[in-house]
Ligand binder design. Structure first.
Ligand code: SIN
Length: 485
């Protein structure tokens, strides 16, 4: 593609199902619309798969499994490496496509394409490092040979908030391990995944290894595949509520699961923190993707001695940010994904103010079309306010005071979630204590972002099961087999 234009990037995507290496319309001929959340306009229509299309995709994945498992690891890695190069070469057009269907500012979309590509580079390198073990039985009576095998056909369900990176974070290790797959992207953002499927096919991925079904009926298409029994793994990123339901469905055929679910990340600012650095980190942790991330800072727990000053500085920072359509130069914060998301965020702000919170900046929707919400800072927030207890998934920062470290840790852990946490302190002792005390799978110390393709991403408690990225991400797609000799 020469000039990167809005219509050009949308037109370039094949808006059909990708099954067994072929692009195909839904058998019913149905399609569903993809919207631009910044304007509400329909960008295009894509194929709307039914249960029988989903089953055809699983058939294709099952047929390709044995041959793919036997494919040399080096070649599996090289496919990923070629796809990594292609993603970077096409960063600009893929970023615009993502901004159009998801809303995030172009700079963030470029960042996500690079982040997405990193998963392919990482797992390209890991594909050739799948090893095993050999041991003598402790009583000398035999030998143990330990090998790793692909877990088998896998079902991958990806979210709308990071429509490409959450795909590569699952597809990368599945390809590296030798698993075939059926991918179902979120209904709101199918285009990034369809573009990714084309890139992988062009990079040499054999037919049937990756199958993509776009659908407006996620449950109707995926539940039969989960219950079928031929798929051996489900990897899901999304809400805890849907994760629970999927876990129940997986129990029947005892599927391996990776669940990357909701969060309620505390962002703890201790009295000894560098406040300017904390405001920088808080802005990233809160406003990346307009707060629509499961690792977004949800609650700002700030020592009483600096709470007022921190909230004031954060409000000044937020007030200077520009909200708008993601492809407009200078825009810092894009729209929320849909009107329902805006209504939920507005409800949480109202609940906090009803309980006495003060709005330091923002607090509402700007005038005009699109599903926007202003970057908002709330001070003096009640500890039981819904914005403190529930995942906000929007650009709202509730600030809550604490008196001492023990109280900060107790407040931070007072949630059913345990995905990410952040802390700002200049004391090494305190930083180490944070690492030991907080119930979270990922902890950022003096930084507002923890995501990295080479690190194990995941949570504890009701934030999920398993890890993605890093060495652990590959293990999730491997079975351990031991042969007694
Ligand atoms: C997520 O919010 O689902 C993932 C964010 C990330 O990988 O940084």
């Amino acid at each position: 593609m020469s000039a990167v234009t809005e219509s050009g990037v949308v037109d370039a995507v094949t808006k059909e199902l990708f099954i067994g290496g072929k692009w195909t319309p839904a058998t019913s001929g149905a399609t569903f619309p993809v919207h631009d959340p910044a304007t509400g306009a329909v960008l295009c229509e894509v194929a709307d798969a039914s249960a029988s299309d989903g089953m055809a995709a699983l058939d294709a994945a099952v047929s390709a499994q044995a041959e793919w498992a036997a494919h040399p690891p080096r070649e599996r890695g090289e496919i990923l490496r070629r796809a990594y190069d292609a993603l970077l070469a096409r960063q600009e057009e893929l970023a615009l496509l993502m901004t159009l269907e998801m809303g995030k500012p172009l700079a963030e979309s470029r960042g996500e394409v690079a982040y997405a590509a990193e998963f392919f580079r990482w797992f390209a390198e890991e594909a050739v490092r799948i090893d095993g073990g050999y041991a003598v039985a402790p009583n000398g009576s035999g030998r143990f040979l330990v090998t790793k095998q692909p877990v088998g056909p896998s079902l991958l369900i990806t979210p709308w908030n990071f429509p490409m990176a959450m795909g590569t974070r699952k597809i990368g290790p599945a390809v590296a391990a030798g698993c075939t797959m059926v991918v179902k992207p979120a209904e709101q953002t199918p285009l990034s995944m369809l573009a990714l499927a084309r890139i992988l096919a062009d990079a040499g991925l054999p037919d049937g290894v990756l199958n993509v079904v776009t659908t407006s009926d996620a449950g109707g298409v995926m539940e039969p595949l989960i219950r079928d029994g031929r798929a051996r793994k489900l990897s899901f990123t999304g809400s805890t509520a849907v994760g629970r339901l999927l876990l129940e469905q997986c129990a029947d055929k005892v599927l391996r699961t990776s669940m990357e679910l909701g969060g309620n990340a505390p962002f703890v600012v201790f009295a000894d923190a560098d406040l300017d650095a904390a405001v920088d980190g808080a802005t990233v942790a809160k406003l990346r993707n307009a707060g629509q991330s499961c690792v977004a800072a949800n609650r700002f727990l700030v020592h009483d001695s600096v709470a007022r000053e921190f909230a004031r500085r954060l409000a000044d920072r937020f007030a200077g940010l520009r909200v708008g359509r993601g492809d407009v130069a200078g825009v810092d914060v894009g729209p929320l994904i849909d009107a329902k998301a805006v209504a939920k965020v507005a409800e949480l702000v109202d609940d906090a103010t009803d309980r006495g919170a003060q709005v330091l900046t923002g607090g509402g929707r700007p005038d005009g079309p699109g599903t926007f919400f202003e970057p908002t800072v709330l001070a003096g927030v009640d500890r039981d306010a819904r914005a403190v207890r529930e995942e906000i998934f929007g650009p709202v920062a509730p600030v809550v005071g604490f008196a001492d470290d023990d109280e900060a840790f107790a407040l931070a852990n007072d949630t059913e979630y345990g995905l990410a946490a952040y802390a700002y302190t200049t004391s090494l002792d305190r930083a180490l204590r944070v690492g030991a005390e907080l119930d979270a799978g990922m902890i950022g110390i003096n930084r507002g972002m923890v995501s990295d393709a080479s690190a194990p991403f995941g949570g504890m408690k009701q934030s999920g099961l398993g890890r993605e990225g890093g060495e652990a991400g590959l293990e999730e797609f491997l079975e351990t087999v031991y042969v007694a000799l």
